[in-house]
Each structure stands twice: as C-alpha cells, then as structure tokens.
Design a protein around this ligand. Structure first.
Ligand SMILES: Nc1ncnc2c1ncn2[C@@H]1O[C@H](COP(=O)(O)OP(=O)(O)OP(=O)(O)O)[C@@H](O)[C@H]1O
Length: 267
C-alpha cells in the first residue's frame, strides 16, 4: 500500500532567474507521519516549504525542475488557496500573527475556507483543547502575547482550516527551550489524536529528531542524508556535525569522516 501523502521529486528552485537554491531535492512524507527537514541557516528549508505551498512567486522564485505530488496528484500549479482547500496549510517562519487582532480573531481568520458557523465553533473549541494557553489569552491583542503564544496562535490558526498536512517552518525560532518543548508536544498530540501529518523545517535538529519519525538533512540546496529519526540521531556524522558531539569544527557536513567514506563506497 502506498501511504505517501506528499512527494517532492527532484525539484530545482531558482530565485531572481539566476540564484539556484534547491538543486534537485526529493522527499516523501507518509500519511500520519511527522517528517523533518533539517539543516542550518540558508540550507534551503524555507524555500522547499514555499515550493510545496506555492508561495515562491511573491519571492521572485520559481520551481524550474521536478514535480510535487499530493496523494499521487500533481499540485505544482495550484494556488496557495487551492492548496488550503485540499488540506495543505503552511505555518510561516516568524509566526506572523495579525498584531492588532486578538488571539481569537487571529484564529477565526484561519477559518476563511470554512463556511458553516457550527464547524468554525467546533474547530475553535478543538484548538482551545490543544492550546489551553490560547483560551486563556483569547481576548488579548496578539502583539501583547509572548513569542510562544504567538507561535501557538499561528499553528492554531492553521488548524482552523482543518488541514490534513501542515507545513511548519521553524517552530522553535526565538523560543525558550521549555516553550519549544511545549510546542513540539502539542504537535505530537495533534499528530497522534487528529492524524494531522506534519512536515517541519528546523535548525534545532536535536529537538526535531525527538519528535519526527523521518528526517531529511539539507545542506546547500541538496539532501545529503535521510532516514528514520532514531537512526539519524544516532548517526556519527550527524552527531559530529550537527549535534556538536564530535571533535573539532567542520565547515561542511560533507567533510565529516564517514560521509566521505560512504561517498567513496557509493562511487
Ligand atoms: N527571495 C529570495 N531571493 C533570493 N535569494 C533567496 C530568497 N530567499 C532565500 N534566498 C536564498 O536561498 C538560500 C536558502 O534560503 P532558505 O530561507 O530557504 O534557507 P533556510 O534553510 O530556510 O534557512 P533559514 O533557517 O535561515 O531560513 C539562502 O542562500 C538565501 O539567501
């Protein structure tokens, strides 16, 4: 049985017609899974998510090769709004709540694809069940809530559209470790109880690998390694280069010892 919900097949992304940022990225996300796209600053994680949710055009970016499929159907030409209708919602990096609206108004803004008020009320209740902090802060203006609450609001707002696949860009950004953990625990809960599939982009590789079931390590626009999360977390190269557990500083993942050894094997 093929349980792949999202398949990205060898995509190339170019910004401003000349800046080649993704150089043939492929990945799969299975239905009900939590996949993590991992890598440092500028690796191309956000670009990959923008390509999937068709948000590149506003950035003068373009997918120039490859294809993207949702449950076996090409979605490359669908608008972000059509993607939301199909259950694909992106939570952008940096939270992007409407600062002057209250938390509840922000959440309701995420329900614009829903027509029935009963359904909207039920979704709001569901969001408050998963994010009790948001319920407490429902009447507060988003600008005056904490970074963690704003991140929760951004995820909650995405959930108001009843998504089956959430693309979550750097949920840990700028948050204290304890709050990051709280956010990831909620993601885990939503995944387990609501069967929401997640593709998350993260620099916090250690944390992401604790919650994801599969990871893709992106470096300089290419997937340099992928595998089940526990395997990646235990991998010597990953530990050495990304988790800071090895000796010495390396400039690139490609320089870590066994990666080079493996390349020779594969050559
Ligand atoms: N709109 C743009 N125009 C030109 N180049 C861009 C644009 N957006 C991103 N880039 C470049 O693409 C590369 C990948 O950026 P991207 O934001 O996808 O990386 P990232 O892995 O998400 O990193 P970060 O965690 O810092 O956001 C970087 O070199 C960046 O400078």
């Amino acid at each position: 049985m093929n349980d792949t919900v999202l398949a990205v097949n060898g995509i190339e992304v170019i910004y401003d017609r000349v800046i080649l940022v993704l150089k043939g990225v492929s990945l799969q996300v299975r239905e009900g899974g939590v996949a993590a796209l991992l890598g440092g600053n500028g690796a191309g994680k956000t670009t990959a998510l923008r390509a999937i949710s068709n948000l590149l055009r506003g950035e003068r970016g373009e997918v120039t090769k490859g294809s993207i499929e949702l449950r076996g159907e090409r979605i490359d030409d669908l608008s972000p709004a059509q993607l939301v209708q199909r259950g694909v919602v992106q939570v952008m990096e940096g939270r992007h709540c409407f600062a002057h609206l209250t938390i509840e108004e922000n959440l309701l803004a995420g329900a614009y694809t829903r027509k029935r008020s009963g359904e909207i009320a039920a979704n709001l209740d569901k969001v408050y069940t998963y994010f009790p902090r948001l319920k407490t802060r429902r009447a507060s203006q988003a600008a005056y809530t904490s970074g963690g609450e704003q991140q929760m609001c951004a995820i909650g707002r995405a959930l108001m559209a009843n998504p089956s696949l959430v693309l979550l860009d750097e949920p840990s950004m700028g948050l204290a470790p304890q709050i990051v953990e709280e956010v990831f625990e909620i993601v885990k809960d939503l995944n387990a109880k609501e069967r929401v599939t997640f593709l998350l982009a993260e620099q916090n590789i250690q944390m992401a690998l604790r919650y994801a079931d599969h990871g893709y390590i992106l470096e300089n626009g290419r997937v340099v390694m992928n595998g089940p999360a526990p395997e990646l977390a235990g991998n010597e190269d990953v530990k050495e280069f990304y988790l800071g557990m090895g000796a010495g500083q390396r400039k690139s993942f490609r320089e870590s010892k066994s990666y080079r050894r493996r390349k020779r094997w594969l050559a």
